[in-house]
Design a protein around this ligand. Structure first.
Ligand SMILES: Nc1nc2c(ncn2[C@@H]2O[C@H](COP(=O)(O)OP(=O)(O)OP(=O)(O)O)[C@@H](O)[C@H]2O)c(=O)[nH]1
Ligand SMILES: [Mg+2]
Length: 304
């Protein structure tokens, strides 16, 4: 809803709300906005939205106080983790919903996501953890710095440079998601591509928008998956089919690492092991503990 129809007090409070760094400040701004918003029928939805936002922040503050956790949410890091980050309203939660098929709140109002949301999606048997966090500048700094891959979501080219201020300390790989590409004409898209090539050459980017086709969905999942320095290893017992869920190991792991991941001490109990797949010379090759594995290998072990 356009805030230009609102009183100057409302507009000022909204501006401050967008810049607020703490929940306390946000609550104060919302109080003014709730007071200032016109009370007629056409603004009913907006009033409801403000009240809901207010209630949510209030209850989240109360929860944080009682758990003593501050801003942190207890997130156990999975083998592969990515974080959606960006400015308000760029469509992060919509991407989260599309990838995870998990319901979450999206809206045309900024700062709809006020707490980290955790989800997972599958890419070729690999479970990828994805976290939707509050927009800059309310993002979770420690998650941004510690995650494997950052999905920097923008809906406008000027945001790319500005976003860098919020994640320059990270060790994560970066994928730039140029979102809402349905709003661009072919000419505009070409222009954006040209700017990306000339000014942001180092960025790995992808155009995306809501309601993607199956192919587009697969493309983004694959792009994210490829940033993780991992391999998928399937295990099998003699004369049986390989496991459906792969084991996730670091790149360049050996057969010994794989056995130890199955169970500590396991590598000492192996009588014979065989391998099929990319790292084998031929299917069923007998290997030793130092054999270096590759993505999608299938290993079989016979234990004493
Ligand atoms: N045209 C278009 N609109 C989109 C697209 N993705 C999201 N939107 C709209 O943009 C608005 C914001 O989407 P959200 O997913 O809530 O954005 P967000 O980045 O999570 O926003 P905050 O959590 O508030 O920071 C909503 O009205 C969405 O319907 C898209 O690909 N194309
Ligand atoms: Mg959101």
């Amino acid at each position: 809803m356009a805030s230009t129809n609102q009183s100057p007090f409302y507009q000022k409070a909204e501006e401050e709300y967008l810049k607020a760094a703490t929940d306390k400040e946000r609550l104060e701004c919302l109080e003014i906005m709730m007071k200032e918003v016109p009370k007629h029928k056409s603004s009913e939805k907006m009033r409801k939205n403000l009240t809901n936002r207010y209630k949510k922040i209030k209850s989240s503050v109360a929860k944080q106080k009682s758990s003593g956790k501050g801003n942190q949410v207890g997130i156990k890091k999975a083998d592969m983790q990515c974080v959606l980050a960006g400015f308000p309203n760029t469509g992060k939660s919509t991407i989260f919903k599309t990838l995870t098929e998990q319901p979450t709140k999206t809206s045309p109002h900024p700062f709809t996501t006020y707490q980290a949301q955790l989800g997972t999606f599958l890419h070729e048997d690999a479970q990828i953890q994805i976290i939707d966090i509050p927009s800059f500048p309310n993002h979770d700094k420690s998650l941004i710095n510690s995650t494997d891959t950052l999905l920097i979501t923008v809906d406008n080219i000027d945001q790319i440079k500005k976003a860098e201020d919020f994640y320059y300390r990270t060790k994560a790989k970066i994928i730039l998601i140029f979102n809402k590409s349905d709003l661009l004409s072919e000419t505009e898209k070409r222009k954006v591509k040209a700017t990306l090539k000339s000014k942001f050459r180092n960025y790995d980017y992808i155009f995306f928008s809501k309601n993607p086709t199956k192919i587009e969905l697969r493309k983004i999942k694959r792009k994210i998956f490829k940033t993780f320095p991992i391999i998928r290893i399937y295990t099998k017992e003699p004369k049986k089919q390989p496991s459906k869920d792969p084991m996730i190991l670091k790149q360049n792991s050996t057969f010994k690492d794989a056995a130890e991941k199955v169970r500590k001490g396991m590598s000492k109990k192996i009588k014979r092991s065989r391998i099929w797949g990319p790292s084998s010379k031929f299917g069923g090759q007998v290997i030793g503990l130092n054999h270096v594995l590759k993505d999608k290998d299938v290993i079989e072990f016979l234990i004493v």
